[in-house]
Every structure is written in C-alpha cells, then in structure tokens.
Design a protein around this ligand. Structure first.
Ligand code: SF4
Length: 628
C-alpha cells in the first residue's frame, strides 16, 4: 500500500481495493467492484476515498441500506488515521426527531410529512412559541461547543448521538445537519440520495454540488430493485377506504356538476374491482394503458379535459385536509391527496418505462411499476465518482448497464482471501423445484424433503434451508419438521418486525450445532445477517430461487430485452445468481470459517460460471467427508 491511513495489517486483496478506489477517485471515474463479504470493504472504501481526497478535496457520501451497515462506517472512520477525519451519520427524522418519537400524533409520519411538521414547528419557535418544539428551542439557546467537541472526538453513530442529545433535550437531527458542511464523510441511508427532494436538501447542507462529491454505494446488489421500487407508486384499496373516512371527517364537496367526492372515490373502488375481475391472474396482471382514464370518463361522462379539472379540485381538497390536520397538531396527511396525486402520476406515465398493473398482496391495488432502474440512479452519473461494492455483484456489466453508469466505468473482482477449500458447494440432479416438473411428478417434493432430512440427520451442524419462495417453504418445511425429533427449529416469517426476527436469529445462533432454520433466498436472513463460525455451517438451497413469472416480472424481462437485448440475463439470471451467492455467502465470514452448501436442484448446472458446484449422488457421505 502506497501510503498510511489504513488502520489494520492489510489482508489479501485489501491493498488492491484501497488502491483501486483511490485511483478511480483521482481519475473522476466510477467503480463497480465485487469483493467477498468479510473482506473489509467498508474500511477499504473509506481509506481509498480519503486518501484521494487529501489531494483533490471532495466530500464522501457513504450510502448504506441498513442502520447496522451505517454503524460500521462510523466504527471504521474512528480507526482510520486515528479518527482525524470528521464524519457525520445521518438518518431520517423518523429515527432522529425526538419530537416525532415522543408525540403520538406524529407517529408513523413519512419523511415528507415529518419535514413539513418540522419546518412549521421551527417557524413557530422562531416567532417565540417555544413549546412548538422544545428540542429546537433548546438547540437554539444552547452553547453547542461541547456538543461539537463530542461529535468531533467520538464520531458517534446516529443512535449514539441521538441518545447523547436526548439527555441534553436538544435536537440531534438539527445539530447533525449543522455539522454536515464541515464533514469529510457523511454516512446516510440510500433514500437521502436517491429521493430527489431529500438529495436536494442534503447537497444544500453539504454545501456541495453533485460533481464535487464521491458516492459509495454499499451492498450495491440491492440498488437496481431499490431504484425501481422508489420510482413506482401504488393506489390501494386501503387508501380508498381511508379516503372515505377522511370525507366523513372533512366533508363531501361537489367536484363537478352532479358528482361529489364520495361518488368519485366509490367509482375508483368499482374500477379497481373491475380491474381485479378482468386482469388479475394469481398475484398480478397488466392492465391496458388507458383503462383507468376510459373507465373514469365513461362513468362520469367527463371529457379528458374535464377530468383534469376534477382532479385539481380533489388535490385542493387534499391540501385543505393537510392544512387542517397540521393546524390541529397532527401529521399533515391526506389520503384524498394521495389518491389524486396517484391519478395525476398515472396519467403522465411514459409507456415503455412503466407497466400498469393490478396487484393482490395483503390488499388489492393499482400499481405503476417502474421498469428502469437508471431513472432513480441518474444523479450518480453526475457525481465526481461513485464506488459500487458488494460481495455478490456479478455479472458486473449487467449491474453497470442496469443503473446507467457510463461505459468507461471500471469493473473489478477482488478474489476472496479465504481458502477456497473451506467452502464446498454440492448439487443434486435428481430433484428440482421447477413448476412444470413438480406438476408432472409431485413426488419430487417428497424427494427434496428426504434429501433435507437425511442431511440434517447425517450432518448435525447448525443448518439453514433457503427456499425459493415462502410458498415453497410452507410446502416443504412441514414435511421436514415432521421427520425431525431433537433439532430446534426456527423459521423466517415475513410478517414480523426486525427486532422479532433478530430474536429468532439469536435463538438459532445460540443453539450451536443443533438448530435448523427455514428461510427464503433473497429474504432478510439471506441478505443481511452474519453467521460466523459454528453459528451456521450448512446451507441447503432447496430449489433455484428464480423470480416468480408474474406479470410484473414478464414486463421487466421484456423491457430488458428491448433496452439491453437480453432480458433473460438481466431480469432472470443475474438476480437469481445474486440470491444464490448471498445464501451461500452466509457460510464463510472469516479465514477460519468452513461451510457446506447443497443445492437441491438440477438447474444448478446453469450457474456454473458463477457458482462452482460439484454434482453429488451421495450427499450425506460427501458432506461427512468434507467436515472430517
Ligand atoms: Fe423534530 Fe428537531 Fe424538527 Fe423539532 S427541530 S421537529 S425535534 S427534527
């Protein structure tokens, strides 16, 4: 390594990664890099950017998906050059606004709503009404020298700083914001960059333009789907129901001759029912481009022009509700406003970039689903540099194209520094979870469950079974559980919150050598939780986790065919490969970890270019031999 700053004795690949990041920043280029989990990507990226910054003077915005990844950024920053680089950890008001946490009326507010509440409360404080936000009033009155010294010397995480401010009864959000201009490094969640409104504010606080900052995207394999979701929008049956409650409370005005607001909402409910009846197959269905507008015009007898007039009336009503709620100290929320904004958005959608769907999850909804990840990611191209890192980013070219990075972007793989013989991947070719095959021969499900049971009996180590979907998990895990006697069984449940999930995971980890967990590839267990040492030694992948061929997914594949010329690779193979590698990647987190992955699906052969698996006809014998 050419210079100091790196706080540890570098292990294999780390020097290369630091030098790469630094060189890419110097060249104002972009970097897409796959480097195995556990190789210290966070500290390498920080060191590389800070080294380049020494000469060029730019700010680093480090984006993370989860709060635990953000904490890691601050922990590493404290160690680099003995903590001399100033960094601030930002989170949204939902986590950092003490008023929102203590006032029930503000509970559950989204970023936009809490931002409005905050501006209004601060304005009232500045007019002398201190009780509007005592935390802001205290912040204005306090001598912040002590707080600044704490921030600079301790480089606290957002959680630590919030706790520190709670004792002083000052606002951590406002104080963090005040210190952003002086920070070399700002750690923030994805939303603060990819949401245009929040990004605009953040850059303002940083005193920087896009071409003056370096952005690091951590766990970047999440970005393409995150970006599509961010630009998508839904109108659910629930929002329509809550709109009717709003009308009960705030009145039912006429929005066009002979049509009152309640009629309009009822009409939308009917149209949603018709869309469900006509287009929903299984969990979603594509609806024709102008279906909603035509239905509305037919039912109201309105022209397209008159319909627009009605929508502006509905938006005005929504504004009135927001103001009334804000005036009463509640969240400035209006469901009617949401309905009208959705309809305006829906009407203006670009065909080809969005698909219009009717969907059924917990409730029925209309959804405008964004197919193009590069829409939300466009600002990355304007940044001085961007660094995209993950342990599972291959195929790198697919990632680059999907988020719209320029062709000169550097793409690199840093080989895993861990001994390759510590991880063995086997596959069985007498089973599959392919839908058509199981339909033809339902006994395949029993054979999968027999393989799992034999492995659990023959290899008594902590094991996680990753299924391709919750439905498959339900079908197979019941058979497996029936045949287990003395193993403790845990289960990933998508309906539980993060803290409950962590209790489940902790129970699994603590049952060393005896526990079994049923989880889903691509779910929370396979994506963000480490299982070092004996906490998990066997991963059974019970079926290749291909995306379900829903209408949404077929539209995405078609979009990728048109845009990139290969929808299969971009929309099917690449995300499936990443899910496989994420699940297998749970096994090896350090040089001393050993782990066995068993793929129970003959289609594993299609992934040999990225997941090198050995065919096995004696799974238990091969597993025993590996561990012996
Ligand atoms: Fe919340 Fe701070 Fe804004 Fe007051 S000033 S509303 S405490 S974020």
């Amino acid at each position: 390594m050419s210079e100091g700053g790196f706080p540890y004795r570098p292990r294999g690949g780390q020097e290369r990664l630091v030098d790469l990041v630094s060189a890419v920043c110097d060249a104002r280029n972009h970097l897409v890099v796959e480097s195995a989990t556990g190789t210290g990507k966070t500290v390498c990226a920080l060191t590389g950017v800070l080294r380049s910054r020494r000469q060029k003077g730019s700010k680093l915005l480090y984006l993370t998906r989860t709060n635990s990844q953000q904490r890691q950024v601050m922990f590493e920053l404290r160690r680099i050059d003995n903590g001399k680089h100033f960094g601030v950890a930002l989170q949204g008001r939902r986590n950092m606004c003490p008023l929102a946490q203590s006032d029930e009326g503000l509970e559950g507010g989204n970023p936009e709503e809490l931002s409005k509440v905050c501006s209004e409360r601060k304005a009232r404080v500045l007019k002398g009404e201190e009780e509007a936000c005592p935390y802001f009033a205290n912040t204005m009155a306090a001598d912040l020298g002590l707080v600044t010294r704490y921030l600079r010397s301790e480089l606290p995480t957002a959680e630590e700083f919030s706790a520190y401010c709670r004792d002083l009864r000052v606002c951590p959000y406002e104080i963090s914001k005040m210190h952003v201009p002086a920070a070399d490094v700002v750690a923030a969640p994805y939303i603060m960059f990819f949401d245009g409104f929040i990004r605009h504010n953040l850059l303002d606080w940083m005193g920087s333009t896009l071409n003056e900052i370096v952005v690091v995207v951590d766990e970047a394999h999440n970005l393409p789907s995150y970006a599509r979701e961010l630009k998508s929008s839904r109108l659910s049956e629930m929002t329509l129901r809550l709109s009717e409650t709003e009308i009960d409370e705030f009145g039912n005005p006429e929005i066009a001759e002979g049509i009152c607001l309640r009629d309009f909402v009822a009409l939308l409910r009917n149209i949603l029912d018709r869309a469900v009846e006509e287009y929903l197959i299984d969990e979603d269905g594509v609806i024709p481009q102008s279906f909603l507008e035509e239905e509305l015009m037919f039912a109201t007898g309105a022209t397209s022009h008159r319909l627009k007039g009605m929508l502006s009336q509905v938006i005005n009503y929504g504004e009135m509700v927001r103001d009334a709620r804000r005036g009463a100290g509640r969240l400035p929320r209006s469901f009617i406003h949401r309905v009208a904004s959705f309809l305006v958005f829906w009407h203006a959608l670009e065909e080809g970039t969005y698909v219009k769907l009717v969907v059924k999850s917990d409730v029925m909804a209309l959804e405008a689903y964004c197919l193009d990840s590069s829409l939300a990611c466009a600002p990355l191209r304007e940044c001085r540099s961007s660094i995209h890192m993950s342990g599972t980013l291959k195929p790198l070219e697919d990632y680059r194209i999907s988020i719209g990075l320029p062709s000169e972007t550097l793409m690199e793989e840093i080989p895993s520094p861990f001994p390759p013989e510590n991880c063995l991947v086997l596959y069985a070719d007498d089973v599959t979870t392919k839908y058509e095959d199981i339909e033809r021969d339902p006994t395949i499900v029993n054979r999968i469950s027999e393989h799992i049971t034999e492995l659990l009996e023959g290899c008594r180590r902590n094991t996680i079974i990753f299924y391709p979907s919750y439905a498959t998990m339900k079908r197979i895990s019941g058979l497996v559980d029936d045949s287990l006697d003395d193993r403790r069984v845990f289960r990933e449940d998508r309906s539980i919150g993060q803290s409950q999930l962590m209790e489940v995971v902790t129970g699994f980890k603590n049952s060393s050598g005896t526990a079994v967990m049923h989880a889903v590839a691509g779910g929370r267990v396979s994506e963000g939780i480490d299982f070092p040492g004996e906490e998990m030694e066997v991963a059974i992948i019970a079926g290749i986790p291909y995306p379900k061929p829903t209408a949404r997914h077929r539209a995405l594949q078609y979009f990728c065919d048109i845009r990139f010329g290969d929808g299969w690779t971009h929309a099917v193979k690449a995300p499936t490969t990443r899910k496989l590698l994420q699940s297998i990647g749970r096994l090896i987190r350090s040089e001393t970890d050993r782990g066995l992955a068993v793929v129970l699906d003959r289609r594993a052969v299609h992934f040999q270019d990225s997941v090198s698996a050995t065919r096995s006809i004696e799974l238990v014998d091969d597993a025993r031999e590996f561990f012996s």
